[in-house]
Design a protein around this ligand. Structure first.
Ligand code: FAD
Length: 429
C-alpha cells in the first residue's frame, strides 16, 4: 500500500522533494497525490510532514520498521513483486566469465545489506549466462535478476542501461554497486542519468548511516588530500562504483542457493543505435594490469624509449608486465591504458617496481595493495623511497642493466622471487 494522504494535508509540498522515488506530486486540482507504483513505503515523507497528513496503511510507521517488515515478507517469497529496497550489484561478465570485482562487491554489499536488514541481489545480463548463477550465490547473492538474451551478448550502454532501468523501476533497488571497470563506469553513468539519481565514482569505502538509512560513499578528493563522504538522500537507487581490488574478496560458500528472478526484456536489434561488428582482443603483452602479480612501472625519470626497453627486458626476465606513471604517459612513453594511479588503474601486485617515479599521492593511491615495492630513483629523499620496501638510489640506465643481469643469473623461474633474494640483489647493485 502506498502512502495515504489525509484531509489534514495543507499542500505545503515539503514531502515532494524528500521522496527518493519521485512518488509524490500535485494533481490538476492542486492536491497532493501518491503513485502506488512508485511508492516503496520508505516513510521519509511521513517523517517530514508538519501536519501529520501522511501515513502508511496501519498507521504511522518509521522507515526502519517498514523496511524490516518488508525484508521478512521478502525472505518468505522466492519471487516478490513488492519493492524491497535491497542492495544490488551489477554482475559484470565477459564471455560467461564473471569479473573479480563483482564478487568483491557482493562481499561489500553483504555488509551494507546486513546493516539495513535487506537482501543482496545480483543483476546478471547477457547471452547464455545461466552457468554463472551458482558462483554469484556462492559469493553471497540472495537473489539474482537474470535477463538472458542474445541482444545482450556484447555490452552496449544502450541495451544494458535500458534493461537495468526496467529492473529498477519494477523491483526498486535501494543501493546499486558496480565495478569501476571500463564497462561498469560506462553503465553506471548511463543508469544514473536515466534514473535521475546520484553516483559516487571510484569509492574506497562504503558504509550505512543507520539513522537516515543512507549509503555513505567515501572516496579521495582534492587530489587525494582529503577523504570525502558523499550521500544521496533524495534519489534512488544510491549508486557507487568501486575499483577492482579495493574491497576484499569474500569467502565462497559452496552449495549456497537463493531466488532467481528471470525477466524477459525484449529489444529489437534493428532499433539500436550501435551494432557490434567485430571485437578485437588485446594482445597478451597488454595483459590486464589489475591481475598482474609483478608490475614494472616506469615514470618520467625513465626519460625515453631506450629506458622503457630496459623496463620491458626486466619485466620479461621476472615475468612481470610494464606500466607507467602519468609522467611517463604524458611523455608518450606508455599508453594511457597502462597508467597506474588515481586516473589510471588500481593495482595490487605481489611485487611492484617503481622506476624513476617520484611518488605523488595521485600515483601511490593506486598501489596501496602492493605487497613489496622496489623503488629505483636518483633521489633518495623522494616520496616513493619513503613508501618503498626496498630502495635503490641510482640512475635507471646504470641500475637496470645490473639488476637484469643479476636476475638472469639468480632466477630460473619467477617463483624464486622473494624478499630475501631482492634484498641481496639490491645490496649488490
Ligand atoms: C587530478 C590528477 C590526477 C592524477 N592522476 C595520476 C595518476 O593516475 N597516475 C600518476 O602517476 N599520476 C597522476 N597524476 C600526476 C601526479 O601528480 C604526478 O605529476 C605524476 O605521478 C608524476 O609522474 P612521475 O613520478 O613519473 O614524474 P616526476 O614527478 O617528474 O618524477 C620523476 C622521478 O624520476 C626521478 N629520476 C629522474 N631521472 C632519473 C634517472 N635517470 N634515474 C632514476 N630516477 C630518475 C626523479 O628523481 C623523480 O623522482 C595526477 C595528477 C592530478 C592533478
Amino acid at each position: 500500500m502506498a502512502v495515504i494522504i489525509t484531509d489534514s494535508c495543507i499542500g505545503c509540498e515539503s514531502c515532494i522533494p524528500i521522496c527518493p522515488f519521485d512518488a509524490l506530486g500535485i494533481n490538476g486540482e492542486g492536491k497532493l497525490v501518491a503513485s502506488k507504483e512508485k511508492c516503496t513505503e520508505c516513510g521519509k515523507c511521513v517523517a517530514v510532514c508538519p501536519v501529520s497528513a501522511l501515513n502508511i496503511s496501519g498507521g504511522k510507521k518509521k522507515a526502519n520498521d517498514i523496511l524490516k517488515n518488508e525484508t521478512k515478507e521478502g525472505s518468505k517469497a522466492s519471487k516478490s513483486e513488492k519493492p524491497t529496497g535491497d542492495v544490488w550489484v551489477f554482475a559484470e561478465q565477459l564471455e560467461g566469465k564473471l569479473s573479480s570485482v563483482t564478487l568483491e562487491l557482493i562481499g561489500a554489499a553483504r555488509k551494507l545489506a546486513s546493516k539495513l536488514e535487506v537482501k543482496v541481489c545480483a543483476v546478471l545480463l547477457g547471452d547464455k549466462v545461466e552457468s554463472i548463477i551458482p558462483e554469484l550465490f556462492a559469493y553471497g547473492a540472495d537473489t539474482i535478476y537474470v535477463i538472458d538474451d542474445e541482444v545482450f551478448h556484447f555490452y552496449r550502454a544502450e541495451t544494458y542501461s535500458k534493461a537495468f532501468c526496467y529492473l529498477i523501476n519494477k523491483y526498486r533497488s535501494e543501493i546499486l554497486l558496480m565495478g569501476a571497470t571500463t564497462t561498469g563506469r560506462d553503465l553506471a553513468g548511463a543508469v544514473a542519468t536515466a534514473m535521475k539519481t546520484g553516483l559516487t565514482a571510484d569509492c574506497t569505502g562504503l558504509d550505512i548511516d543507520l539513522e537516515k538509512r543512507v549509503l555513505l560513499a567515501s572516496r579521495p578528493a582534492f587530489g587525494g588530500n582529503i577523504m570525502a563522504t558523499i550521500v544521496c538522500e533524495r534519489h534512488r537507487p544510491q549508486m557507487a562504483t568501486v575499483r577492482p581490488r579495493v574491497m576484499p574478496m569474500p569467502e565462497p560458500e559452496v552449495n549456497k542457493t537463493g531466488a532467481i528472478i528471470r525477466e524477459n526484456f525484449e529489444i529489437e536489434e534493428k532499433s539500436l543505435r550501435t551494432w557490434v561488428l567485430e571485437v578485437i582482443k588485446e594482445q597478451s603483452e597488454n595483459a590486464k594490469l589489475e591481475d598482474a602479480k609483478i608490475i614494472v612501472c616506469g615514470g618520467r625519470g625513465v626519460q625515453n624509449q631506450e629506458g622503457f626497453k630496459l623496463l620491458q627486458e626486466l619485466a620479461k626476465v621476472i615475468g612481470g608486465v610494464v606500466a607507467g606513471s602519468r609522467g611517463a604517459v604524458e611523455k608518450g612513453l606508455v599508453d594511457h591504458k597502462r597508467q597506474v594511479g588515481q586516473t589510471g588503474q588500481t593495482v595490487s601486485p605481489k611485487l611492484y617496481f617503481a622506476i624513476g617515479i617520484s611518488g605523488a599521492i595521485q600515483h601511490t593511491v593506486g598501489i596501496q595493495g602492493a605487497e613489496t615495492i622496489v623503488c629505483i630513483n636518483t633521489d633518495s629523499e623522494c616520496e616513493m623511497m619513503k613508501l618503498a620496501t626496498y630502495g635503490i638510489q641510482g640512475d635507471v640506465f646504470e641500475v637496470l642493466p645490473k639488476l637484469i643481469s643479476s636476475f638472469k643469473e639468480e632466477l630460473t623461474e619467477v617463483s624464486k622471487i622473494n624478499n630475501k633474494g631482492l634484498c641481496k640483489i639490491a645490496k649488490e647493485v
